[in-house]
Write a protein of this length. Structure first.
Length: 122
């Protein structure tokens, strides 16, 4: 049974000396996905969408942490990272939306008086 024991159990990796590296990379990947999701939410929806979005992200972090049998504090840390990533992405989306809108109003404002008058009220 000696050396080949870990090959019988594909779920368990007994030879892995640094399991936190795998978990850290996974949380980083999920954080990037959460930032992109936050940007898309920020481009389209108002701030109230953050409540269900952060709740879903935290539930997703709990589900992944439980299925990977992570420790309690690493699950809490993943929840905080994903929730913060969604909010940060939302903020980036709002800034991007405002920048695009101001550029469009500036470039199209001289051509269309209706857009020009709307841009003055912003």
């Amino acid at each position: 049974m000696g050396q080949g024991q870990s090959s019988w159990f594909p779920i368990w990796n007994f030879d892995d000396t640094q399991p936190w590296v795998r978990v850290g990379v996974m949380v980083l990947e999920l954080a990037v996905i959460s930032v992109v999701a936050g940007i898309t939410l920020g481009l389209r929806y108002k701030v109230l969408i953050l409540v269900p979005a952060v709740a879903v992200a935290m539930l997703f972090a709990i589900a992944i942490g439980v299925t990977h049998a992570d420790r309690f504090w690493s699950i809490i840390l993943a929840m905080v990272i994903l929730g913060t990533a969604v909010q940060f992405g939302y903020l980036m989306g709002i800034i991007l939306h405002a920048a695009i809108r101001s550029i469009c109003a500036f470039t199209m404002g001289g051509r269309n008086p209706e857009i020009s008058s709307e841009a003055k009220h912003i």
